[in-house]
Write a protein of this length. Sequence first.
Length: 305
Amino acid sequence: MTKTLPDLEAWAIFAKVAEHGSFSRAARELGLSDPTVSKAIGRIEARLRVTLIARTSRRVSLTDAGRAALTRATRILAEGEAIEEEAGEHASVPRGRVRVSAPLSFGIGYLGATLPGFLEAYPEIIVDFALSDRKIDLVAEGFDMALRIATLDDSSMLSRRLSTVRLLLVAAPGYVERHGMPRRPSDLAGHRALGYSGSTSRGVWRFRHASLGEETVEPPVCVWSDNVDLTMPALLAGQGLAIMPEFMVWNELRNGRLDMAMPGWSVDPLGLHLVMPASPLRPLRVQVLIDYLARELAHTPWARA
């Protein structure tokens, strides 16, 4: 029996419908009619004898089979776009959409400032940022890259380290006047803390000292948040100490609105990374954004190589 080739075009269309959650929006981006998009999904559903997308009059949603197929379908779409961009005559002119995931506070504080120069240099590229402190699945959710501030542990992804991000224990001068300055981690049991709930070691602060070794403490926390912007006003108002990424507080340390606590003790730093799916082909529009962000973000005032 002759084996037919997979319907790669239909799978690519399926990936676009899943990305947009809409047949009509996918059709507009692809330059196709709504019936053409619907027929493509119908072809692969008929071929597989499963329903991939549940349709109602108001919305579409993936079935279990559709969710299981989405990762590979998204990869088919990305690889096809990369092949055409590399092989086509227009490869020297980057164009199209690039989807980027980035942490919320970092994105607002630093990514926005990089956009004017990039858009001036590459006017035919559309940059689609999604700002969230949630760790997203790049392939399943259709992202081209992510900026992550972390200690990376996902070996299935390619990464490019841009700089070191120090984590600093800081307090406002008013807090220190009222409560005193802690000298070592054990002192923190008698202080108030502002906690970051997005940490993998929630509530546990681990410090290192060159001669005194390591100490771990769980200070009393008066406010929890999964975004450090929310706790910044309380920190500046002297309502507690906090461990903050250097990019959030370097200016306040410089102008005296915050002080470093326990300077002899350090928290293990994180890295600022660009993370990408492990694909041998990468569209030119994605590569130029990777290179641009790497240049721009390696030279911010707080960045340490």
